[in-house]
Design a protein around this ligand. Structure first.
Ligand code: GLU
Length: 514
């Protein structure tokens, strides 16, 4: 059970600025946000930038913009301020050093002077006899560290400027029972843990030390993070104990798997057949498009990510949830334990649902459509008095749109004669017989005195022979391919003169090829 009655819930999203936020990170942020809002708590953004080698410029602004676009903004943290500033870990080094000294004083941590070369040799040595080297209680007394040095010798060594790290001294032979809100009870033996580094030789703390101290100082009640951190949990709990602090509750979220179910999606994985970033990301000279640029609504992304690893109860087959509904329903108890495959098709479908639900959607689509018309200098439709015409066209195709910017590809033929013909079908129809059919239908249209939908229906449904063939040819003449809305509606909207002009154009093109 979540013992959250007495505590004000405080959760944090703590990304490392090592590149753009990907879907997995965004889902972690979302679950933290939903959990905080559900319990009227606080959602905090902390930037974990102590791994100086892996920093990537612009990551932080990208993270902030992504959260803003998705409307899951922090209450506190980088970019938002709050009672525990600074929220950048690189600006909190003195704090970590202060607490680290406590661990050293209590003999819970020690200096290690082993060089990379020495450690690599050890690793090799172990590998040769089929073992894995681990810096732990079984071997630490034989390595180059302060455990066997007296205070004076240690002081001299440190003052000599030799690089060192500080490691956590794990007590061997202890059984550790840990509890994860999603995974349940886990038992581990401290013999299986290594003496992890707390302070690196460049003076920066490792993630383990910094995030534990910050979670404590920032009064985090629930640590909700990706599954990849589950193996670090015992170590973090031991750190809490060493400091004499009570620990927050932990919840490790299932991995988001690649389509084939093999391996998790990550920043390094760009070979997926769907985008992995919410917003576009510029790297050197290339720009990787994000969901925003591709025309997705943040609401569909949030809806999809919420259901990626969490099953709301009591909602039947409902799949579309507003943010308020998600907040109301969210519970860590219904988060799945196992990895989950991201369903891109479903996201597209969701976007379509949101498109029809969005307020002012017609105005938004019209804005895009008018831009397309202006771009092509099709001025006569870009005027205020043609609003009714544009609205009519938009209504005809709105059910076909997945994205607002799809509007042009579904409506261009209402505004311009085909500028080209779809190749394969054009080749197929290049013969005299089709010319005759086009002439026949042209005459038929020409003779309709009242060119409206009723009369068109009457003629096309009652009088025409070889109907399917003719309808196909006519559609091709009007649209340039075999797509589009109901043919008779197209004819009605284009009117007699434009329709005949387009038929003539196709006749001319076929004749050129004969
Ligand atoms: N800085 C870690 C990351 O970027 C956060 C892990 C955590 O939430 O504790 O994945």
């Amino acid at each position: 059970m979540l013992d959250i009655i007495n505590d004000i819930v405080r959760v944090r999203f703590a990304p490392s600025p090592t590149g753009p936020l990907h879907l997995g990170g965004l889902r972690t942020a979302l679950y933290n946000y939903l959990f905080a809002k559900k319990h009227r708590g606080k959602f905090i953004l902390r930037i974990e930038d102590t791994d100086r080698q892996r920093l990537v410029p612009n990551s932080v602004s990208y993270i902030l913009e992504s959260l803003k676009w998705c409307k899951i903004e922090p209450d506190e943290g980088v970019g938002y301020g709050g009672p525990y500033v600074p929220y950048y870990q690189s600006k909190r080094l003195d704090i970590y050093r202060f607490y680290l000294n406590k661990l050293l004083d209590q003999d819970n941590a020690y200096y290690a002077f082993d060089t990379d070369k020495e450690l690599n040799e050890k690793r090799k040595e172990y590998k040769n006899i089929g073992l894995t080297f681990s810096y732990n209680s079984s071997i630490r007394m034989n390595l180059n560290n302060s455990l066997y040095m007296n205070k004076q010798k240690l002081k001299i060594k440190i003052n000599s400027g030799i690089p060192y790290v500080i490691r956590f001294k794990i007590q061997p032979g202890k059984k550790l029972k840990i509890y994860d809100l999603i995974r349940g009870n886990i038992e581990i033996n401290t013999d299986d843990l290594d003496d992890k580094i707390l302070l690196k030789s460049n003076g920066y703390p490792t993630y383990h030390l910094a995030s534990t101290i910050d979670d404590y100082l920032m009064k985090i009640t629930h640590v909700i993070r990706g599954d990849e951190w589950l193996p670090s949990m015992p170590f973090h709990l031991l750190l809490y104990r060493a400091f004499g602090w009570s620990n927050p509750k932990f919840a490790h979220l299932p991995l988001i798997l690649k389509n084939d179910g093999l391996g998790k999606i990550s920043k390094r994985n760009m070979s997926l057949d769907y985008p992995i970033y919410p917003l576009q990301w510029k790297k050197n000279n290339t720009t990787i498009k994000g969901y925003r640029e591709l025309g997705y609504f943040p609401e569909s992304i949030i809806n999809m990510l919420a259901l990626l690893g969490w099953n709301p109860v009591g909602v039947g087959k409902k799949e579309i949830f507003s943010k308020q509904e998600l907040i109301h329903l969210f519970s860590l108890e219904q988060v799945s334990k196992s990895g989950i495959v991201f369903n891109f098709k479903k996201l597209k479908w969701l976007n379509k649902q949101y498109l029809t639900k969005t307020e002012n959607i017609i105005d938004n689509i019209m804005f895009v459509l008018q831009n397309e018309l202006t771009k092509r200098s099709i001025q006569q439709y870009n005027k205020y008095n043609n609003r009714a015409y544009l609205v009519k066209i938009i209504h005809l195709v709105i059910d076909r749109l997945y994205f607002i910017h799809d509007i042009w590809k579904h409506t261009f033929y209402f505004f311009m004669d085909p500028s080209s013909y779809e190749d394969d079908f054009f080749k197929k129809i290049c013969n005299v017989q089709n010319l005759d059919l086009l002439e026949y239908v042209k005459k038929l249209l020409y003779n309709i005195s009242l060119f409206n939908l009723d009369n068109l229906k009457n003629i096309f449904y009652e009088q025409i022979k070889v109907k399917r063939k003719i309808m196909e040819l006519l559609r091709f003449a009007l649209v340039g391919k075999l797509t589009g809305v109901n043919l008779l509606i197209i004819l009605d909207i284009l009117g007699k003169a434009s329709s005949i002009r387009r038929i003539n154009k196709l006749i001319k093109q076929i004749m050129k090829k004969l």
